[in-house]
Design a protein around this ligand. Structure first.
Ligand code: DON
Length: 558
């Protein structure tokens, strides 16, 4: 069989990796890696009962909606890439949509000036949530266990509560001023207005009731009590989502983007994400170099990869948006090896090139989204990234329903026609229109070698996401690192504009100086992204959770 070469492997639940002695069984030990150990454990429990990778991903995603409210969600959207051992890879787009009342100029005040608060911090910025429908679609296609079983751990965690870690308590405390603007949200995430502390139990009764309704009838979210609660809140407070928007929401099945890199087959996110385009275009450029010879973390490797990213991001701004509204995205050309050769010819090995601010510019990134990776015993893989856009989304729950709303429509361009150096893009492909999905950077990816899954990876981090995923791919493929090392190595990012390489502070000063000598501006950040990686390395499955930025991240085994 296809997995004949693969042996039993074990991954630690602590975010670390250990590999057990090879067992004679020709099966993998299932692994779930996510940003919260409790959620990974919920997924691993499902694998233990014979659930598929999709079952485990669904259970983990519902559990994250409880234990990782910053980004785990019912009220947001995302992408699920599945690569079953038998059958075709699939991609479920459950990105939020703009409601019928949306229009391209909806972020302008009556006097025509840009209204940033409306764009990022109002009920008008909420997209029609896709998560519940997306997870249901995945289960319908590739789930084995009963639907209600998959929601059980989430319901229990919400109803009985869970003990807050230091990390979780600090994150909630940081948001207290924002929660305080909305009494029901403050009540859910504080102790009568005072911060919850590490060791306290967070009980979310309304959320437990919502999850219980969904476990009986998922449509309740779109056409039942949950929908009613959402629409009531929208109507009372100036939101745009109407009952018809919720009833009309549909996840979309799309063909995954495909690429090839040094003999590895890549499956990645298509539009409305730009994640796959940026990743594959950059890898195509890099394939023409002796990247391995340059050395991991070397100035040459970071220079070349940054130049590749610079070009891929410029193309992103030029062409990408929801394909339903942009039927002419030149994807075949963007992903062709010929085009990569043309772009490579514009890169000087000894000098940084420039970015033209008159052409494109960028908004700052917001700090939250979350990724989970699953590999089951039969080698079926799921790579799932979902988001509320900003940390805790709109920082406002639906009263009575207990889940946080997204502010995803902030990913639409702000002012049609206005692209300027302050960080705004006004190009046509990504404007708010009824039913349109805002352009994303989320980049769930699966790499396949000789017919079997080699790697599952993904990360949060807004526009840095494709670069973070690129870092993990280069580390694994070019530099032969194991999962732990591939996650831990210092990361870098370039996105055309602003014209600098963003590097993690752990990148040695001497390397940063060498990059400056090539003409690059360097911006140091403490950490970039939060990658959750599974690698089948030397015939064994290894899961490595990223604890650099979020210490609760963890792997769990079947
Ligand atoms: O879809 C997107 O690309 C953004 N809404 C993701 C936001 C994000 O990753 C923030 N996270 N760290």
């Amino acid at each position: 069989m296809r997995l004949g070469a693969l042996l039993l492997a074990i991954c630690l639940a602590s975010g670390g990796v250990s590999v057990a002695a090879p067992a004679p069984a020709q099966r993998l030990r299932g692994v779930v890696v996510s940003q919260e150990r409790l959620a990974s454990e919920a997924g691993a429990g499902v694998l233990r009962e014979g659930g598929s990778a999709v079952d485990a991903a669904v259970a983990t995603a519902f559990a994250l909606a409880v234990v990782h409210p910053a980004a785990g969600n019912l009220g947001g959207g995302g992408f699920l890439l599945s690569r079953p051992t038998a059958g075709k890879a699939s991609f479920i787009d459950f990105r939020e949509t703009a409601p019928v009342a949306a229009h391209p100029r909806m972020w302008l005040k009556p006097d025509g000036t840009y209204d940033e608060a409306r764009h990022h911090d109002s009920l008008a910025s909420v997209g029609v949530p896709g998560t519940v429908a997306g997870l249901r679609e995945a289960w319908k296609r590739e789930g084995h266990l009963p639907w209600a079983r998959l929601l059980k751990p989430a319901i229990q965690l919400a109803r009985e509560g869970f003990v807050l870690t230091q990390n979780q308590a600090a994150s909630l405390a940081e948001q207290l001023p924002a929660f305080a603007r909305h009494a029901p949200t403050l009540a859910q995430f504080s102790r009568k207005g005072s911060p919850l502390r590490a060791g306290d139990r967070l009980v979310q009764r309304d959320l437990a009731r919502t999850l219980t309704r969904l476990s009986k009838d998922w449509m309740d979210f779109y056409n039942g009590e949950t929908a009613r609660l959402m629409v009531r809140d929208m109507k009372a407070n100036g939101g745009l989502i109407a009952a018809g928007d919720l009833r009309g929401y549909k996840p979309v099945m799309r063909e995954p983007l495909r690429g090839a890199y040094h003999g590895f087959e890549l499956l990645a996110a298509p539009p409305p994400s730009s994640g796959g385009q940026v990743l594959i275009e950059a890898l195509n450029i890099l394939e023409g170099y002796d990247f391995k010879g340059a050395g991991a973390g070397s100035p040459t490797a970071i220079h070349l990869a940054s130049e590749a990213l610079r070009r891929a991001f410029a193309d992103r701004a030029q062409s990408l948006g929801d394909p339903g509204f942009n039927p002419d995205i030149p994807m075949a050309r963007l992903l062709s090896k010929t085009y990569a050769t043309e772009l490579r010819a514009t890169i000087r090995p000894d000098r940084a090139s420039t970015s033209d601010p008159a052409r494109f510019s960028w908004e700052a990134d917001h700090p939250h989204t979350t990724h989970l990776s699953v590999l089951d015993r039969e080698g079926n893989a799921v790579s799932l990234t979902y988001t509320l856009e900003e940390s805790y989304g709109l920082k406002r729950i639906v009263p009575g329903a207990g889940f946080l709303l997204n502010n995803e429509l902030g990913d639409f361009n702000a002012v049609p026609g206005l692209t300027d150096a302050t960080g705004r893009i006004g190009t046509a492909p990504n404007l708010a229109r009824p039913g349109q999905r805002p352009l994303s950077s989320m980049c769930p990816v699966i790499l396949v070698k000789d017919g079997a899954v080699f790697m599952v990876s993904g990360s949060p981090g807004g526009r840095t996401i494709p670069a973070t995923v690129l870092n993990t791919v280069l580390n694994a493929v070019d530099f032969g690192m194991d999962a732990r090392a591939a996650v831990d190595a210092p990361r870098f990012h370039h996105q055309w504009l602003p014209n600098h390489i963003q590097v993690e502070a752990s990148l040695p000063a001497v390397t940063q100086e060498a990059l400056k000598a090539l003409g690059h501006a360097i911006k140091e950040v403490p950490k970039q992204g939060c990658a959750q990686v599974i690698l089948v390395h030397h015939g064994q499955a290894e899961g490595a959770a990223d604890t650099k930025r979020w210490s609760d991240s963890g792997a769990a085994v079947e």
